[in-house]
Design a protein around this ligand. Structure first.
Ligand code: ACM
Length: 573
């Protein structure tokens, strides 16, 4: 009998401890997290200790207090007192983007070494509260949006001990605004989504064959002509493809718009990386300034068909065209204060150069001067490598760094010595792992944005079930959420630390051939954006799809509140 009682007692306490394990919904999963049994309720009036913190760090607390007041009604005050409800400690031993967060009986303790670390700590804390807090809505507003939403006035937060820092320093998201345009407000909405999941770079693809979206004061026709297509293939989730049947545009961002986006992103600790794609994917610019093409007398137009690779490229053999590219980058660098400038370099056919006298002469003289190699095959490709070095000199002179797509190192005939000399960061998409391996072997940083299996191109169809809206790809297994989640950006075979250190991070990439509105954008991006965020932030060994699925399912309330459509294919039952 005694034995039976003991067994029953053990069973009971086991059950209790299972019950006590609280669900804490944080994506990306922190590096280390221990969940306690109790909860802490934020008092109606609470204090935040900011003693010894510089103003730039205190502003993170101010922003947190403001959002908590707006969403919960709890009123916070910044104080210098060790008895505060929330204490903020500067701890220089913590990694730049890392933080420690302790929620216990007596309150909350947040430590970090930078404003960004405090920002991420507060993002985590907000994520542990009811979804209206992260959504930035009062409970009333939330109930209007989702009638069954429930939350108490002052949030109860689980006891936790978190010690967190990201796996990669580069955690990016790219949006193609060349093929279809997204408004400033829509971009802010996208940035908000990125910040929830701790992305830190917004790669803004601003120019394409189908549209030039960045205002350049020295070349006004770029936006007067280049931002208008005579027609446009639109895509609607219900109707599928349809032609607009009238001009699409003018759609572009003024330099003021760009500054507004940069500032908005800065507050979310996101750096904006502008991309001006050159020397290919530049038809919209050549429609405006045909003199910089290889056949100025020919027909040049803003491309209306949304996909494809076109042979109408910049005349890199013409010093005036090269100066045009420099001038554009000058204005880009005036407007975007970040460290990086992306100059594209993907999918650039050499056909136009091959039949252009200036390019032929330019190549011959570069070979003669020993500046590029004299190749039998892919003879004209070195012209692109050389052009890249010219742009790099210009970017470097402003103290900035250049980014390129992987064709700069994977295209046949690419001059690897020249590319190595630039110190560029390589964004690798196709062949992704091969591109990254070449970049790393050259000592260049690589960012993984796999377009193929386990796809980080999150504009592709996310499922092959009936009724899925038209999109790129097949939606079969390799495009689906579990494959995206399972993809290993750094393969196990990469072991040499001198190579491994060049795997700088990952990026979710969104092309808009098939997406012309924000709802459809959200539908394809979520939840795959979360899967890439977890690859970017969480240690590989912490990843667990079933656990992720539970967290993503809980986040659907946040998506519903903020009007984000999402794919429902893998929601937990
Ligand atoms: C690319 O997908 N063309 C970078």
């Amino acid at each position: 009998m005694k034995k039976l009682c003991l067994i029953l007692l053990c069973l009971f306490s086991m059950l209790m401890s299972v019950e006590a394990k609280q669900f804490v919904n944080i994506t990306p999963m922190p590096k280390k997290m221990v969940v306690g049994e109790g909860t802490y309720r934020l008092p109606k009036s609470y204090t935040v200790d900011v003693a010894f913190l510089a103003d730039s760090l205190q502003s993170e607390a101010t922003r947190f207090v403001d959002i908590i007041r707006k969403t919960t009604g709890c009123k916070g005050k910044l104080v210098k007192s060790q008895k505060a409800s929330i204490s903020m400690q500067l701890d220089k031993t913590i990694a730049y983007e890392g933080y420690r967060l302790n929620v216990g009986e007596r309150g909350i303790r947040v430590s970090a070494s930078s404003a960004r670390g405090f920002f991420y700590a507060f993002q985590t804390l907000k994520k542990m509260m009811p979804a209206n807090v992260m959504a930035g809505m009062s409970v009333d507003e939330a109930q209007k949006a989702v009638p069954y939403f429930r939350a108490e006035a002052c949030p109860e937060i689980a006891h936790v001990d978190i010690d967190d820092e990201p796996r990669f320093w580069y955690r990016g998201f790219m949006l193609d605004c060349g093929r279809h345009f997204f408004t400033v407000d829509e971009i802010k909405h996208i940035l908000d989504g990125m910040a929830i999941y701790k992305y830190n770079y917004f790669h803004w693809h601003l120019t394409e064959d189908q549209g030039w979206r960045f205002e350049v004061k020295k070349y006004p026709r770029l936006t007067e002509v280049g931002s208008v297509a005579s027609d446009c293939r639109m895509t609607d989730m219900e109707k599928g493809h349809y032609w607009l049947g009238k001009p699409y545009g003018p759609y572009f961002y003024t330099q003021e718009d760009c500054r507004e986006i940069v500032e908005y992103a800065r507050n979310l600790h996101i750096e904006v990386i502008p991309e001006i794609d050159m020397p290919g994917h530049i038809m919209a610019a050549l429609a405006a300034y045909p003199e910089f093409s290889c056949n100025p007398e020919g027909e040049h137009k803003v491309q209306t068909y949304q996909g494809g690779v076109w042979t109408d490229v910049l005349n890199v053999g013409d010093p005036k065209a090269v100066q045009f590219a420099r001038d554009v980058l000058t204005e880009v660098m005036d407007v975007f204060p970040g460290q990086y400038v992306h100059i594209g370099g993907d999918e650039c056919p050499t056909n136009a150069w091959e039949s252009n006298a200036q390019c032929q002469e330019h190549l011959a003289s570069l070979i003669k001067e020993g500046k590029v190699k004299d190749l039998e095959k892919h003879r004209f490709r070195p012209l692109q490598s050389y052009f890249i070095t010219q742009m790099n000199d210009h970017i470097k002179a402003r103290g900035k760094k250049m980014i390129l797509w992987n064709e700069s190192v994977t295209a046949g005939g690419a001059d690897l010595d020249l590319i190595k000399s630039t110190g560029a960061t390589i964004f690798s998409w196709n062949p992704c792992q091969q591109g990254a391996a070449i970049a790393a072997s050259l000592g260049l940083d690589a960012v993984i944005t796999e377009w193929g299996p386990g796809c980080y191109y999150i504009n592709r169809k996310q499922h092959d079930g009936e009724g899925e809206p038209v999109a790129a790809g097949t939606g079969r297994k390799s495009d689906q959420l579990p494959a995206v989640y399972a993809y290993k950006p750094v393969p196990d075979k990469v072991m040499d630390p001198n190579v491994k250190k060049h795997y700088a991070g990952v990026q979710a990439t969104f092309w808009t051939e098939h997406v012309s509105d924000i709802n459809y954008f959200n539908y394809l991006a979520y939840p795959r954006l979360l899967a890439v965020a977890e690859a970017a932030w969480s240690p590989e060994e912490k990843k667990d799809f079933e656990d992720f699925r539970t967290r993503f399912t809980a986040d659907t309330m946040l998506f519903d509140l903020t009007g984000r459509l999402y794919g429902k294919h893998f929601i937990a039952k």
